[in-house]
Design a protein around this ligand. Structure first.
Ligand code: ADP
Ligand code: MG
Length: 378
């Protein structure tokens, strides 16, 4: 891959009907899934169901996975290219977008305990250590450090899913650095040396996400989870040491369903607004980027602030839009398909994060530490 503008890679995944939907039977032919397109036909919709001004609409994507696609094939299409790029010092990001129950967590995390069930995140970690071992075989001077972080944005507050004890309930502060990007103070960075280290963290983080949600009388569908691996490598070739680093974010977004459906009130309403703020800002940022209008409002939500690079900067980015064919989800499905279509128009600017000058790395490390200390005092 070369430096320069890259379109966001957009894939759609349609989950199989669940038991209830199967029992309910026929969903009509409103949604036709093809390998690189989704066709929407308005012909069999009830009059007042959904507002539309067209009879038929076609959306094109890089990939459309119907429910016959395995976790492995979805990973091969989305995860593997990003991971290979990361091994070449390019940042990457995968977002899972869609309404609650559409298959976001299944696709991103899945069932890490059984091989076939593993989603993009565990598969990428497994492959990462295989690829690192290959590099080490090629050149014995090759060294790698892998650090993982896992955070959650709930109600516009950032929480650490990997920290333990009382401090784990603390909201984390974030600051944007022009070169280093967002710096989250006190976020626990866990070194991982093999796949089982990574699997422990998924488990730990997923349980924390679920426990937090239960305590707040909610499901995890209202929070955004961001698992990040940072890969730092150094290699000596002809006496010159080159250091490089890349970050890959795996983002399991909150359910994209519209607020009016849930009749929220009180605390729930506040939570809803928080989530809306991150998701609606994401939507506005994508709209602005896809039409090239002005500076997108990425500072207006924690999600877009944290993932600014993935949306408009140095990153190779993929979106997995999750849908179902169920008739009662059609309005949300259309909204997901439209969002995914806008994402296809967005371009990021990936460049290789490689540095052979130790003084530059030292300077940036010192700056990062200074900002972290400052944030801790705030
Ligand atoms: P979300 O995270 O979007 O709320 P989930 O990933 O939790 O949705 O999926 C909802 C349910 O559907 C889960 O029981 C999940 O195992 C199942 N599911 C989702 N996608 C698939 C798929 N492609 N194949 C089989 N089961 C799926
Ligand atoms: Mg989920």
């Amino acid at each position: 891959m070369a430096d320069g503008a890259n379109s966001v890679f957009v894939a759609v995944r349609c989950r199989p009907p669940n038991q209830k939907e199967r029992a309910h039977g026929g969903d009509g032919d409103s949604l036709v899934i093809m390998p690189d397109r989704v066709l929407l036909k308005a012909s069999d919709w009830g009059d007042k169901d959904i507002e539309h001004h067209w009879e038929q609409k076609e959306f094109g994507y890089d990939h459309v996975f119907d429910d016959s696609f395995t976790q492995e094939r979805v990973y091969d299409a989305i995860g593997e290219p990003l991971l290979k790029n990361a091994m070449n010092a390019y940042n990457g990001c995968v977002f899972a977008y869609g309404q609650t129950g559409s298959g976001k967590t299944h696709s991103m995390v899945g069932d890490a305990s059984n091989e076939a069930g593993r989603g993009i995140q565990p598969r990428a970690c497994m492959r990462l250590f295989e690829l690192l071992a290959e590099k080490q075989k090629e050149n014995t001077s090759f060294q790698a450090t892998v650090l993982a972080t896992y955070m959650e944005i709930y109600n516009e507050k950032i929480f650490d899913l990997l920290s333990v004890g009382e401090s784990s309930k603390d909201e984390l502060n974030v600051r944007l650095h022009p070169t280093l990007g967002p710096i989250v103070a006190n976020l626990k960075e866990c070194p991982i040396q093999n796949y089982s280290d990574a699997a422990e963290l998924f488990d730990f983080g997923a349980k924390r996400r679920a426990v937090g949600a239960t305590q707040m009388n909610e499901t995890s569908s209202r929070s955004h989870a961001i698992f990040t691996v940072q890969i730092r490598t150094s290699v000596k070739v002809s006496g010159v040491t080159t250091e490089s680093q890349a970050k890959v974010h795996f983002v399991d977004l909150a359910g994209s369903e519209r607020q009016k459906k849930t009749q929220a009130s009180g605390t729930r309403l506040k939570e809803g607004i928080g989530i809306n703020q991150s998701l609606s800002t994401l939507s506005r940022v994508i709209s602005d980027l896809s039409t090239g209008r002005g500076l997108p409002p990425f500072r207006e939500s924690k999600l877009t602030l944290l993932l600014k690079d993935a949306l408009m900067g140095n990153s190779r980015t993929a979106l997995l839009a999750c849908i179902s064919t169920a008739r009662y989800n059609l309005a949300e499905t259309i909204s997901t398909l439209e969002f995914a279509a806008r994402c296809k128009l967005v371009k990021t600017q990936a460049r290789r994060n490689e540095e052979s000058r130790a003084d530059v790395i030292q300077k940036l490390t010192a700056e990062k530490e200074a900002i972290e200390n400052q944030l801790q005092l705030e």
